[in-house]
Design a binder for this molecule. Structure first.
Ligand SMILES: NC(=O)c1ccc[n+]([C@@H]2O[C@H](COP(=O)([O-])OP(=O)(O)OC[C@H]3O[C@@H](n4cnc5c(N)ncnc54)[C@H](O)[C@@H]3O)[C@@H](O)[C@H]2O)c1
Length: 353
């Protein structure tokens, strides 16, 4: 049995059906903040639950854990720093402690694959940079944003627990920004946002500095990596950190390439507009993805343009309703503002990461 926390989210709702197909029974624990797009399946057990109120029974018969649950971008963590600490750090530590105890009790290893982020490498952008240093896992991650700090704090807790128990086997997967269609869609991820804006407004706006870079990752490559990591030898993955990305992109180049592709495919002119005055947080980073390829043969290859065309076609079909831009479910922070905004405990100052 595989436990997938946050399995009803953007990555999880595409990963879980793939796991059911390829590996067998799956238990999902999710607060269902964004609803549930998982289809019923005889081998799927769906539990609406919060990892902060951890129930050890969630680990019954579990051999491996894919830990996706948490606040999943900068703006959400900035909106609710207290929740960011609870959901991303404290809940991860609680889950890891329970998994470690369970592994000791049954004298069998438990693998936990943690969804971390390449944004732990983020640093201030130096303006209109045509180059970007590729940061490998050796680079000392010193994140400044609340989201990335919370992920780094969780990584350190996992490694600390692993140091004390050889049967607890965490793997840290630092993903780039994911793109592509999912049953639980997000339009607050850069490629997905551009696909929506191009389709709806015929304009792609570059906010702030032109030199911003991001590592990008196709959702199907992310899913392939999780499945491969589940079956990888523990000796090759235990306590290891892996970057996972397809390619690094300067966001200005991404916009230009997408505009050109939409012109070629649909004959629609998309204007690329620059808004130099906007504040986009100013962080920029590129990651080196070689380690996971060399160690495990995992090599993300899927490209952006076909994924963007698929998103345009899905929008055109009305898969996300006629006004997806007005549906807060597709934009994590908007949804959190609407659904959790009145809970004052969420906005307390983060002290931990
Ligand atoms: N999407 C990306 O580009 C990306 C990139 C790097 C890392 N990640 C990480 O991957 C993970 C999944 O990302 P996603 O895009 O699917 O995010 P998502 O926001 O769509 O899904 C997160 C899911 O976790 C659930 N959740 C949150 N807190 C919980 C808790 N305390 N207990 C139980 N369930 C909880 C939510 O209900 C949601 O379904 C996140 O941890 C994110 O930080 C995502």
């Amino acid at each position: 049995m595989i436990l997938v926390t946050g399995g009803a989210g953007y990555i999880g709702s595409k990963l879980v059906p793939a796991l059911l197909e390829s590996t067998g029974p799956v238990r999902v624990v999710d607060t269902l903040w964004f609803g549930n797009s998982l289809l019923a399946h005889p081998q799927l057990e769906l539990i609406r639950g919060d990892l902060s109120d951890f129930d050890v029974a969630w680990l019954d018969d579990v051999d491996a854990i894919i830990h996706l649950a948490g606040l999943s971008n900068d703006v959400s963590s900035e909106f609710a720093p207290g929740l960011s600490v609870h959901a991303n750090v404290a809940a991860t530590t609680r889950l890891a402690e329970a998994a470690s105890e369970k592994a000791s009790r049954r004298r069998l290893p438990i693998k936990l694959i943690f969804a971390s982020t390449c944004s732990v490498y983020s640093r201030p952008s130096n303006g209109a940079s045509a180059e970007c240093d590729l940061l490998s896992e050796e680079y000392a991650a010193t994140p400044t944003a609340i989201y990335a700090r919370s992920k780094r704090a969780a990584e350190l807790d996992l490694l600390r627990l692993a140091a004390g128990n050889p049967l607890f086997c965490p793997v840290i997967l630092r993903m780039g920004t994911v793109f592509g269609l999912s049953p639980r869609m997000r339009f607050d991820l850069v490629v997905n946002t551009f696909a929506l804006d191009a389709w709806r407004k015929r304009v792609l706006t570059l906010e702030g500095a032109q030199g911003i870079w991001r590592p990008l990752l196709h959702i199907d490559d992310a899913i392939g990596a999780y499945i491969a990591l589940l079956s990888s030898q523990l000796a090759r993955t235990r306590e290891r950190i892996f970057n996972l990305l397809g390619s690094n992109y300067r966001i200005a180049d991404l916009a230009t390439e997408l505009a050109s592709a939409f012109w070629q495919h649909f004959g629609v002119f998309i204007e690329v507009r620059r808004n130099e005055l906007a504040n986009n947080g100013g962080r920029s980073y590129c990651a080196d993805g070689h380690r996971i390829t060399e160690a495990l043969g995992i090599c993300p290859r899927r490209e952006i343009i076909p994924a963007a065309i698929s998103m345009w076609n899905a929008l055109e079909r009305g898969d996300f309703g006629s006004q997806p831009q007005d549906n807060p479910r597709y934009f994590n922070v908007q949804w959190l503002e609407q659904t959790l905004g009145n809970d004052s405990t969420l906005n307390q100052t983060a002290t931990r990461p």
